[in-house]
Design a protein around this ligand. Structure first.
Ligand code: SF4
Length: 250
């Protein structure tokens, strides 16, 4: 994995992602290298090669957040995982949190139990949610996201965060009819999360790579039908949104 150290001009950037107003990406690129990651599009704008083989770290990010206030919800991260392996060494996310205003409405989405390292800092934020992406297990996990932490490790981390009094959520994504076991993921985590988000696979962004791995890709019709079925789960658990790309919320 190639690590590129850079300096950014700003760290809060406007985002069109559902439910968020700003994004903070301390890193660009992600060594978890999930084959379905929609963020792989940034490889078109970076000269470093294939998705998953490089990570850009914005070394001045902790300075850039100091004293900054923004109105609206900030999501961390949208083109990386703030707690991917390099974070254990650089502690960039940890230092950003240390310097960030505790009044910021912050949403951290990760796949990594490394976030537990910062639990005491997280508890200082007045309006914080921490989400864990819940996706595949077994053979599909090995095929599609072999470098990401196991689902069991993500669930354990959710349990610990919940026990610490942190608001948590499960982000079930990517949902592919017949492959993503949404109900099972909900059953395993419903006691440790306050709510769920469900996101159908982003076919435009990562459909080709996904199809190469599993041999098929759902049609738009299948996705629409299944997304509608999933909204019925709202009778049993709190589901904030069922997201159907391109950013159409059902
Ligand atoms: S962990 Fe998230 S950001 Fe990283 S490759 Fe996987 S889907 Fe993309």
């Amino acid at each position: 994995m190639e690590l590129i150290l850079t300096r950014a001009k700003q760290i809060f950037t406007r985002t069109g992602i559902p439910g968020a107003d700003f994004a903070v990406n301390v890193y660009a690129g992600c060594s978890f290298a999930c084959s379905y990651c929609y963020a792989r599009f940034i490889c078109r704008f970076k000269p470093y090669g294939e998705w998953g083989n490089w990570v850009e770290a914005k070394v001045n990010a902790p300075e850039l957040v100091k004293g900054k206030k923004v109105r609206g919800k900030v999501v961390m991260s949208t083109i990386s995982d703030a707690y991917q392996p390099v974070e254990a060494e650089l502690n960039l996310t940890g230092r950003v949190l240390r310097n960030m205003s505790r009044d910021i409405k912050l949403d951290i989405l990760t796949k990594s139990p490394l976030i537990l390292r910062d639990v005491e800092l997280l508890k200082e934020f007045k309006n914080l949610s921490v989400g864990f992406t819940l996706s595949f297990e077994g053979e599909l996990k090995r095929e599609l996201e072999p470098k990401a932490p196991a689902i069991s490790a993500r669930i354990n981390a959710l349990k610990k965060l919940k026990k610490e009094g942190i608001r948590t959520y499960g982000f079930i994504s990517p949902v592919v009819p017949g492959l993503t076991d949404v109900e099972n993921l909900i059953e395993k985590t419903r006691d440790f999360v306050d709510y769920f988000w469900i996101e159908m696979i982003n076919v435009d962004a990562a459909g080709k790579e996904f199809a190469e791995k599993v041999g098929r890709i759902p049609t738009r019709k299948e996705l629409v039908r299944y997304a509608k079925e999933l909204t019925n789960l709202r009778r049993e658990v709190k589901i904030e949104e069922v997201v159907l790309h391109p950013w159409r919320v059902l």
